[in-house]
Design a protein around this ligand. Structure first.
Ligand code: ZN
Length: 326
């Protein structure tokens, strides 16, 4: 690897000023209106049907569950909604392993045949309890990105712990259905007694769970050691997060780890240095959470995905698959 230059260490996007944030808010509003109009015009679906022009896309989920889960609420999709999305996929698209999409990318044929790959970040235990049975029902392959450091130290996922301890969980309490509130409250009180870290740790998959996932044929890959904002870490810490997660997963699972998903995955969450470190560590590709479809020329170390959050309406999901989301 060449020497890392200073400009390689800069985030690919600089921090935002309040004015810029306001501008982004306005743009987001206009974008929502455009997407909504596009959907109701029916044009994307007519285009897809007429030209049979489907775009290859990697979908990025976190988990699905109907149980109160100590995880960032927008990461936890309702099981019924997740099943609805999988049923739609089954009817309209071909779901392939992530490995197949990356192999095509390596050959410069990233656009492929318009297939879809499913990925799940952060390694929540509810993936095994709720997501996997639904995937099995549909016969879909999937890849789970996990953090070995969080699994080993018993402290859970720091950003979830921070979110809860700041009291923001009240929002999801307000959104919860009436019958869930008592259970949620009981769980939260229990969690507060035992500490948020323990609750968060228990919401993550265990090593045994990972072996079960592998046994069922699902792919398990690296999401770094501790889910840190890599671009904000010194070089040595970034390298540790990237190298050690690969080594630890390979040690326990006894097979090569090929892919890294950058934690948070936004354009400013990784740098050119991060990409170089991932390549040097021996990963074959690294995935972001920047929204986008696969192109023939997609960079193997900043592969875009389409994120599906719990509050995303179904029409947006359909628009993503029609290849018209932006
Ligand atoms: Zn993550």
């Amino acid at each position: 690897m060449d020497e890392i230059r200073n400009e390689d260490r800069r985030p690919t996007r600089s921090p935002a000023s309040p004015f810029r944030r306001l501008w982004w808010g306005l743009k987001r509003g206009v974008k929502e209106l455009l997407l909504w109009s596009l959907y109701w015009s029916g044009a994307p679906f007519a285009h897809t049907a007429f030209f049979a022009a489907k775009k290859t896309v990697i979908l990025c989920y976190h988990t699905a569950s109907d149980e109160p889960t100590p995880a960032y609420p927008n990461n936890v999709m309702r099981a019924t909604e997740f099943r609805r999305q999988m049923s739609y996929l089954k009817r309209h698209r071909s779901v392939v392993p992530l490995e197949e999409c990356i192999a095509r990318l390596r050959e410069g044929r990233g656009r492929g045949a318009g297939s879809v790959a499913l990925t799940f970040d952060d390694g929540y235990k509810s993936c095994l309890e709720t997501v996997v049975p639904i995937l099995k029902d549909h016969g879909f392959p999937a890849t789970f990105f996990v953090m070995p450091g969080c699994m080993d130290d018993g402290k859970g996922k720091w950003d979830d712990v921070l979110y809860f301890s700041m009291g923001s969980f009240r929002k999801s309490l307000l959104r919860a259905r009436r019958k869930e509130v008592a259970a949620l409250k009981r769980d939260l009180e229990e969690a507060a007694r035992n500490g948020w870290e323990k609750a968060s740790a228990e919401a993550l998959l265990s090593w045994e769970d990972l072996k079960t996932l592998r046994g069922l044929g699902y792919s398990v890959q690296s999401h770094s050691m501790h889910h840190l904002y890599l671009s904000a870490q010194p070089s040595a810490d970034q390298q540790y997060e990237i190298d050690e997660s690969k080594r630890r997963l390979e040690e326990v699972l006894g097979e090569p780890i090929q892919f890294l998903a950058y934690p948070f995955g936004a354009a400013d969450s990784y740098t050119n240095e991060t990409k170089a470190l991932a390549e040097k560590a021996g990963y074959e590709a690294a995935l972001t959470c920047e929204q986008g479809y696969l192109e023939d020329s997609t960079d193997l170390f900043s592969v875009k995905r389409m994120g599906l959050s719990a509050d995303m309406p179904f029409w947006k999901f359909k628009l993503i698959l029609a290849g018209f989301f932006f």
